[in-house]
Ligand binder design. Structure first.
Ligand code: MIC
Ligand code: SF4
Length: 643
């Protein structure tokens, strides 16, 4: 039987287990990436492992998230990261060099390699034929220390793209179509593998938009073959020697097969407040638009920006619209400047931002109250823009630029102008001057690590108590994202300061949570979170586990969990427990007293645990579906206690 691309890469990197979907496997990691918002904690954890130098082929530390430096905290973190990179052999991509995923695609990604990144959009590397997975910082730190990465062996879904896109329809519309088919839940443990004749006309940056937003479906990763388009991209990056061909065997067997006719696609959008709220633009309300933001790791390539510039040539931004442009990397910005496109954007009235995450993570350019904001990014969760009552729509750069001209939600096909053709450079102007390569071992060992006052020690949990006696500190509904649990934006500068950051746990859902949870722990009890379906959607931020742990959370009982978050909980000694009978969720109320008697014995003896709600005087069964390796972690109070 033939192999899928996924199976080929995994087989080549397998260090434990076998390629049997659903079973735990360990794989060797070639490359890692971290960014400053997750990276400081990952580096603190790496330091605590007492390994003298990273053991991967390549590890890159990016500074791209907290680049709006209000207060000393972020600048201190950057300096810390720079010193750690120099000491332990990581490349450092300086602030201003671009968003981690865009820069990694351009400068480092390699077909056939594995990449583990402390960021949920790491799967963007799948556009180059990598097996690229997002994880919590601790898992990435372990990979940097040479340990395998453990994951559930995925089942593979084939998405066949046929034909060619019509004018004004682009890669973003493909992935929004995929989201409309698969939604944002129920895809844990799957890999999307793309194929079909339609791939021939999709460049690597377009594939990157698609692979990037697969994260919103909750899949382990997305992967494309490495073909002629891949060779062209690597040649344009002056890295043609890193190209290898990679494709699925003709007789490869897939779990499910989906076909999308590209010519039949039309412009799409995701309405507030979920990337899964997809509809065609034709059906979207014709609202007035206050802000348009073009950029983020999803849509900030040279092609996207040059297309926008061409449409805006000799035009001016609509008077009611604020246009934000954030090119994905210094390379994109510099090539746009050299080719004249930057001048067109400036002349149209665009507000040119740093090549960084910026607006996407809500640390700048928050829109006005109740604004309608059209964004080319990947997430429109409630409050993520920094303005809680803003209405954020996710769209393609084509749909975004249409609104820039008309001032309202407009199908770009109705603009009545010719769809511009962007001629891609055969070779980009490449300058890696903002990437600091690690020095040799001898000099490195003498480097002192810089620690500003914002940088604390990575916190650890206590070992699992004999029995758990707690309070249902909060009861939340379905699709709670890590942005609901741990807000980003201007709170993100406390990522290295857990006591401070913990004050904001669930801020957006229930601002009283912090005080309530504190009271419970002061009374010697622990906190338990009760949740609906798909708990922990979205980012890889392990702070959504670390800060609740700091507030005494010992278990989350949910109807279902998303992959990265469930792993992060286990890594920090918090039990991700699933209601065996989903209806039990309805019976429990916030503030109920919850007991897990003989917790240690119960975890050791099987996958089913008995939980008591002593307020309601009932017992119910929960599933603790973890591997033997993870059981040890839970009992020890987290992965760090086992080293
Ligand atoms: C995001 O897009 O939500 C982030 C910010 O990039 C996160 C990482 C983080 O919270 O630091 C992610 O996607 O993992
Ligand atoms: Fe940065 Fe936004 Fe991409 Fe996250 S999704 S890495 S915040 S650009």
């Amino acid at each position: 039987m033939g192999q899928t691309i996924t199976e080929k890469i995994i087989q080549q990197h397998l260090v434990s287990g076998a390629f049997i979907p659903g079973q735990e496997i360990g794989i060797r990691i070639n490359q890692t990436l971290t960014q400053d918002a997750t990276g400081t904690m990952a580096c603190l954890q790496f330091e605590s492992m007492h390994v003298s130098r990273v053991k991967t082929d390549l590890s890159v530390s990016y500074i791209d998230h907290n680049t709006v430096q209000i207060g000393f905290e972020s600048a201190d973190d950057h300096r810390y990261l720079r010193s750690v990179a120099a000491k332990y052999g990581l490349y450092l991509s300086r602030a201003g060099n671009g968003i981690c995923h865009q820069v990694h695609l351009e400068r480092f990604g390699k077909p056939g390699d594995t990449l583990l990144g402390a960021d949920s959009h790491t799967p963007m590397g799948g556009a180059l034929g990598m097996f690229a997975v997002g994880a919590g910082g601790l898992d990435v730190a372990l990979a940097m220390a040479g340990e395998p990465f453990y994951l559930t062996c995925p089942h593979v879904v084939k998405i066949n793209l046929h034909g060619k896109l019509s004018p004004w329809v682009s890669a973003k519309d493909i992935i929004l179509k995929v989201l409309s088919i698969f939604s944002t839940e129920g895809n844990v443990g799957a890999v999307f593998e793309y194929g079909g004749d339609g791939l021939a006309s999709l460049s690597v940056p377009e594939r990157a938009t698609i692979a990037n937003m697969g994260a919103e479906c909750g899949v382990t990763t997305s992967v494309f073959p490495s073909d002629e388009q891949t060779r062209l991209f690597l040649t344009a990056q002056q890295r043609e020697n890193e190209w290898v061909e990679l494709s699925a065997d003709d007789d490869a067997v897939y779990d499910r097969m989906v076909h999308i006719d590209l010519a039949g696609l039309e412009p799409m959008c995701a309405q507030p407040h979920s990337p899964g709220n997809v509809m065609t633009l034709r059906a979207a309300p014709r609202l007035k638009v206050d802000q348009v933001c073009i950029g983020s790791c999803t849509n900030s390539s040279y092609r996207d920006m040059a297309m926008v510039a061409k449409v805006l040539e000799h035009r001016v931004v609509h008077p009611d619209v604020s246009l934000i442009i954030a090119p994905g990397s210094k390379q994109v910005l510099e090539n746009l400047a050299r080719d004249g496109y930057l001048a067109d954007l400036i002349s149209a009235g665009a507000r040119i931002m740093e090549s960084a995450c910026g607006f996407c993570i809500g640390n700048s350019q928050s829109p006005q109250s109740a604004a309608v904001s059209l964004r080319t990014s990947n997430r429109n969760f409630l409050g993520r823009s920094g303005t809680t009552d803003a209405q954020v729509y996710l769209v393609s750069p084509e749909t975004a630029v249409a609104a820039v001209i008309t001032g309202g939600i407009t199908d770009p096909r109705d603009l009545g102008i010719a769809y511009p053709v962007v001629k891609m450079p055969k070779r980009f102007y490449v300058d890696d001057g903002m990437i600091i390569a690690p020095g040799d071992r001898k000099t490195a060992s003498k480097i002192a690590v810089y620690r500003g006052p914002n940088i604390g020690k990575p916190p650890k949990n206590d070992a699992m108590p004999e029995s758990i006696c707690g309070i249902a500190a909060i009861k939340v509904g379905d699709k709670i994202t890590t942005d609901h649990i741990m807000p980003a934006g201007d709170r993100m500068k406390y990522r290295s300061n857990i006591p401070k950051y913990a004050e904001y746990v669930f801020e957006i859902v229930d601002p009283a949570f912090y005080r309530r949870a504190k009271k419970v722990t002061e009374a010697g009890r622990c906190n338990i979170i009760i949740a609906g379906n798909s708990y922990g959607q979205g980012s890889s931020r392990e702070h959504a586990a670390i800060c609740p742990m700091y507030l005494g959370v010992r278990a989350v009982i949910a109807r279902s969990f998303e992959r990265i978050h469930a792993t992060n909980l286990i890594n920090y000694g918090i039990m991700p427990l699933v209601f065996k009978n989903p209806a039990d969720y309805d019976v429990i109320d916030q503030n109920d007293e919850i007991e897990i008697p003989d917790a240690i014995k119960q975890i050791k003896s099987g996958k089913e645990l008995i939980v008591k709600d002593t307020t309601k005087n009932i017992s119910f069964v929960v599933l603790c579906d973890v591997s033997e390796r993870q059981k040890k972690m839970l009992l020890a109070g987290g992965a760090l206690n086992l080293r």
